[in-house]
Write a protein that binds this ligand. Structure first.
Ligand code: SF4
Length: 264
């Protein structure tokens, strides 16, 4: 059957055509510019300390952040593990926790977020996409994550994170070089595209280091990490991986996509 677009943007049968996924919904999706003095200071800090911190340990990096960052810091938490929450509670207690609730998380991930909120005194800020899932389905077509995961990640991760970073001079990430080839030479300290500090205190940690720290401190454990999911994103786009495989092999499995865009 042939379908044609009518003048009202429909398909001739009263149904609207899906919107072009390259056009995000209206609403906040970018980070406000930093005050000039903060941007300048951040650039100076990266210039001066990035090499020194490249292989530094987590405590050194976080204490450096506490001493030097020219403003509030957000600790981004995927809830795959709670290592960053624990480290920040010890070494960067003034920082906020920031969790991206894409609307597609495993229930277990949301439960970990709730437990983190109960266990740590930091404010837990939850960033959400402009559109709830049902609205995204109705405007862009069902299950955008299947036919255009890049657009879905942009609308549900990249843009909500960008919008929520406006109050901060920098953010803490859980990047590890051991996570895979795309992260093998990631810096511990850099500037993001808006001039904010991007700080990765566990950049040198292996999966084993992470597991040892979790066991040592009796941290909240995401139950799926013991069921074959070493890397956890949205439930719709994460599969378990075989032992010894690239820990991120289960992310967007079967798709060329390897990163959500938060770190590119
Ligand atoms: S991981 Fe999948 S469901 Fe989640 S935002 Fe990206 S494409 Fe969408």
């Amino acid at each position: 059957m042939t379908t044609s677009v009518n003048l009202l943007g429909g398909n001739g049968e009263g149904r609207a055509e899906p919107r072009d996924p390259e056009l995000s919904p209206e609403g906040p999706k970018s980070t406000a510019p930093l005050p000039a003095a903060v941007a300048k200071r951040n650039a100076e800090l990266v210039e001066r300390y990035a090499d020194e911190l490249y292989d530094a340990d987590a405590q050194t990096i976080l204490e450096w952040t506490r001493e030097h960052a020219p403003g509030c810091i957000a600790v981004t938490l995927s809830m795959e593990n709670t290592v960053l929450a624990e480290l920040a509670a010890r070494h960067l207690p003034e920082a906020d926790f920031l969790f991206l609730d894409t609307g597609y998380h495993f229930d277990e991930t949301l439960e970990v977020a709730e437990r983190v909120d109960q266990r740590y005194p930091q404010q837990l800020v939850t960033a959400t996409p402009i559109l709830p899932r049902a609205e995204q389905d109705s405007i862009y077509g069902r299950n955008l994550y299947r036919h255009n995961p890049t657009a879905c990640c942009r609308m549900r991760k990249v843009e909500p994170l960008a919008a929520s970073l406006s109050p901060y001079a920098g953010w803490i990430t859980g990047l590890r070089r051991a996570d895979g080839p795309t992260r093998a030479s990631a810096p511990a300290l850099s500037l993001d595209a808006t001039g904010r500090l991007k700080i990765s205190p566990i950049i040198t940690w292996s999966l084993e280091d992470t597991d040892a720290f979790i066991a040592d401190r009796d941290l909240i454990v995401h139950p799926l990490t013991t069921q074959g999911y070493p890397s956890i994103g949205c439930a719709t786009c994460t599969l378990p991986v075989a032992e010894g495989d690239d820990p991120r092999a289960g992310r967007w499995a079967g798709n060329a996509k390897t990163e959500c865009g938060l770190h590119s």
